[in-house]
Write a protein that binds this ligand. Structure first.
Ligand code: ASP
Length: 336
């Protein structure tokens, strides 16, 4: 029997049309385009049903409420389909993939996010292959988790990051091997296992948690940090140099971090390097961060750190539990 896939359209370039202000999403348009693609009716393809969200969004306009809406649409149909393909804009696709990987608890079916850099309405669109291959990957169900497929690469969703603003190989997962590569054939590759929680499928919606991402740079003016890092921010992702280092000169940042921590914020130290891991304490410039109560993001992407903070706060854990879980591998989002 043929597998049945749910194809959920959330917006993004793949289904956009040209306008005088540039590309924008158009309601009830993509389905008519898909009906003209003969390959989608090929014997090898799974059966699929198309659903369109309203409003369709440029993914730059998405926020946690939209992750909740997508999660809700998927959970509503979870029992009726063998797998899911989510059409999404590329700009924040890695954030949504990370968020869904946490929110879809006990997930045991493939959820493949994809989109395109060039709309389907243009001759050189990369959308056709991304869509066709994603449907085939959802049908194969080799990885029953949240994945991102783009430009021939199947990536673990919470490891993916957008690497190129205009290239067709727009995504990669520098700290996790590709799950598959689609050349002449779709070649599935061995990947680190995700911890399997033996639970029934359940959606955990996210709450409005004030989270900040602060990028350290040479010569940063610390008084500005002081104004931002108040108890109003419950989670702070601190993007540091290399393996977790911050400028120690003048000792200006640490008291601010300590104060934020004592006020109840969870401070997660990530690296500005796309590849490699944070190692707090490896240098004198990073050990005080640990003493100030910060936790390590290890090799998590910023996208995964943000989504994980939203998730853990929404679950109602206390600060100590969140600190502990930020450093644990929950869905394959970090290596250790
Ligand atoms: N701005 C678009 C979006 O993220 C870009 C894209 O889809 O490639 O929705």
């Amino acid at each position: 029997m043929k597998k049945k896939i749910c194809l959920l359209h959330t917006g993004g370039t793949i289904g956009m049309i040209r306008s005088s202000q540039g590309y924008l999403p158009k309601e009830h348009y993509l389905e008519t385009v898909l009906n003209t693609i003969e390959d989608l009716k090929n014997e090898a393809m799974p059966d699929f049903d198309f659903f369109e969200m309203s409003p369709l969004l440029d993914s730059s306009d998405m926020a946690f409420e939209d992750w909740n809406r997508i999660g809700y649409e998927l959970s509503l149909r979870y029992n009726d389909y063998d797998g899911f393909v989510v059409l999404h804009g590329t700009d924040t696709m890695a954030y949504t993939a990370s968020a869904l990987s946490f929110m879809l608890e006990g997930l045991n079916k493939p959820v493949i996010l994809t989109g395109s850099q060039i709309p389907l309405c243009e001759v050189r669109s990369d959308g056709r292959d991304n869509l066709v291959t994603s449907l085939l990957i959802a049908q194969d169900a080799k990885y029953p988790e949240v994945c991102l497929y783009f430009g021939g690469r199947l990536l673990r969703g919470n490891r993916a990051t957008k690497m190129s603003a205009d290239g067709l190989l727009a995504f990669d997962s520098p700290n996790c091997p590709h799950l598959a590569e689609a050349g002449i054939e779709i070649r599935y590759l061995p990947a680190p296992k995700t911890p399997k929680a033996e639970r029934d499928f359940k959606l955990c919606p996210l709450e409005n948690v004030p989270i900040g991402v602060l990028k350290v740079f040479p010569g940063i003016s610390f008084p500005i940090f002081d104004k931002l890092m108040t108890e109003k921010l419950r989670g702070i992702v601190l993007e540091t140099f290399g393996a977790g280092n911050i400028p120690n000169e003048g000792n200006a940042l640490l008291p601010i971090i300590k104060r934020a921590f004592e006020a109840g914020s969870v401070i997660c130290v990530s690296s500005q390097c796309p590849q490699g891991t944070v190692s707090l304490g490896a240098y004198k410039t990073s050990s005080p961060l640990k003493e100030a109560g910060a936790v390590s993001a290890f090799d998590m992407t910023t996208e995964a750190c943000v989504a994980k903070l939203y998730y853990l706060f929404s679950k109602g854990y206390n600060k100590e539990e969140i600190k502990h879980l930020m450093e644990e591998n929950l869905r394959g989002e970090l290596t250790h």
